[in-house]
Design a protein around this ligand. Structure first.
Ligand code: NDP
Ligand code: 2IT
Length: 444
């Protein structure tokens, strides 16, 4: 049944390999649910849940510093609003296509449902490459993007946030333009600076949440992060705070990467080295190779990080499909027993299969990295209340939400006869709430 449906989905969505990959993974888990609950067939939930409610594509023209006209393509995929206003990040990267954003928006639907907060799923962005652009050019681009996007979003309609290539600076430029256009100060974006409506802990939340999720999985067998050697990929927002939380919990982070290569610091990345790296990446916008020069450690070009040594825990925090079947086999052969995904769909289907078969603690992105969007949900709540919670209060809530997500996924996996399989658990727990809400709201 799922096989036939996937054939139709592929025919309907040619040249969208990431979307098909994400859908296949979710649907494989749902076979178990459909057998138990035929109502989802009757209500054509598969057909409806794989079709975005709305796709917006638009031209983004702007003037670069030389006065030349540049043209990019902007997108917003409003995938599902059954349980709340659309919610999801904006990605700025040259690899952005419609299919890429459809995969991310689709994942977001289930992830947001898992958080227990009232948020639908969406994603957007552009093929604009922020690398090598001046602040002025980034501002011009963000303003142009928002001069179209503003009419499709709103605090109760669709609330974008950051993702690859979108951090505090970009959110600031977009928020300024939105406010000017609508003449309203509202919580239309999350990841804002705390001076103008942002939540404390939102920058930290995805990375912190990923490590909390890993710790929750380990705790089911009485283990902790203490003393574990941890491989982390990426060096952006998620990787930075995954590194910090690993240190807080007594682990030893030893790797980081960017799109050029990776470093291995056998002595361990300390708080001081991390602070230097964050300045390198967030302020000076340099390359990770400079870390190796500064701290005299190994640097390798390319993507060999997962095969580069013996790691107890792996936290992929860079991008989709960055860890393949061979990487997974090598990690397992070298004794890795815990993988928590800070990035969205970083493991290829073959890698996922290896991890699940080996029965290690494997936390898929839609569960393990949900702390970011969950804290965005907390930012929305604070904006609605017109007050701000303390760091401690937000962190405590984040802790509670990550435990809730873990337990939901853990229980659903058990209930459907695949104990310890967080892939099935997360997909099923995320799906049921959205699907039942869709049925209750009629054929719309
Ligand atoms: P950033 O832009 O801050 O950092 C991205 C990092 O990944 C950089 O080190 C970047 O290297 C590397 N990277 C990006 N694309 C590629 C690529 N194609 N190949 C190799 N390396 C790459 O993004 P985030 O840290 O915010 O996002 C990282 C991942 O986490 C993404 O999958 C994102 O969807 C996911 N995520 C983010 C959340 C958030 O709140 N920000 C929430 C949940 C998930 P370089 O600088 O060289 O490009
Ligand atoms: O993939 C993700 O969950 C994000 N990029 C964060 C989305 C959000 O709305 O905070």
């Amino acid at each position: 049944m799922i096989k036939e449906f996937m054939e139709q989905l592929k025919a309907k969505n040619p040249a969208q390999p990431e979307f098909i990959q994400a859908a296949q993974e979710v649907l494989d888990s749902l076979e178990l649910v459909f057998k138990k609950n035929p109502k989802y067939m009757k209500y054509k939930i598969l057909e409806r849940i794989t079709e975005p409610e709305r796709v917006i594509m638009f031209r983004v023209s702007w003037l670069d510093d030389r006065g030349e006209i540049q043209v990019n393509r902007g997108y917003r995929i409003q995938f599902n609003s059954a349980i709340g206003p659309y919610k999801g990040g904006l990605r700025l990267h040259p690899s952005v296509t419609l299919g890429m954003l459809k995969f991310l928006a689709f994942e977001q639907v289930f992830k947001n449902s898992l958080t227990g907060l009232p948020m639908g799923g969406s994603k957007g962005g552009s093929d604009f490459d922020p690398k090598g652009k001046s602040d002025n050019e980034v501002m011009k681009f963000c303003q142009s993007l928002m001069s179209e996007l503003f009419r499709h979003i709103g605090a109760d309609t669709d609330v974008p946030a950051g993702d690859i290539g979108v951090g505090g600076r970009e959110i600031g430029y977009m928020f300024g333009q939105y406010k000017k256009l609508v003449n309203r100060f509202e919580g239309v974006l999350t990841g804002k600076d705390p001076k103008w409506g942002g939540s404390l802990i939102r920058p930290e939340a995805t990375g912190y949440g990923t490590v909390y999720f890993a710790a929750n999985m380990l705790a089911t067998k009485g283990k902790t992060m203490e003393g574990k050697t941890v491989a982390i990929s990426g060096s952006g927002n998620v990787a930075q705070y995954a590194t910090e939380k690993t240190l807080h919990l007594g682990g030893k982070p030893v790797t980081l990467s960017d799109s050029n290569g990776f470093i291995i610091d056998h002595a361990g990345i300390t708080h001081e080295k991390l602070a230097w790296m964050m300045d390198l990446k967030n302020v000076r916008r340099g390359r990770i190779s400079e870390y190796a020069e500064k701290y005299n450690c190994e640097y390798h070009e390319g993507f060999g990080l997962w095969k580069s040594g013996k790691y107890d825990v792996a936290l992929p925090c860079a991008t989709q499909n960055e860890l393949d079947g061979e990487d997974a086999r090598t990690l397992l052969a070298n004794g890795c027993f815990c993988v928590a995904e800070g990035a969205n769909m970083p493991s290829t289907p073959e890698a996922v299969e290896q991890f699940v078969k080996a029965g290690i603690f494997y936390g898929p992105g839609k569960a393990a990295n949900a702390g970011g969007v969950a804290t965005s949900g907390l930012e929305m709540s604070q904006n609605s209340l017109r007050l701000s919670w303390t760091r401690e209060e937000v962190d405590q809530r984040l802790h509670g939400i990550m435990k809730w997500i873990h337990d939901q996924a853990y229980k659903a996996a058990e209930q459907y006869g695949t104990p310890g399989n967080y892939v099935n658990g997360a997909n099923i727990a995320g799906f049921v709430k959205v699907a039942d809400s869709m049925i209750e709201q009629g054929v719309v």
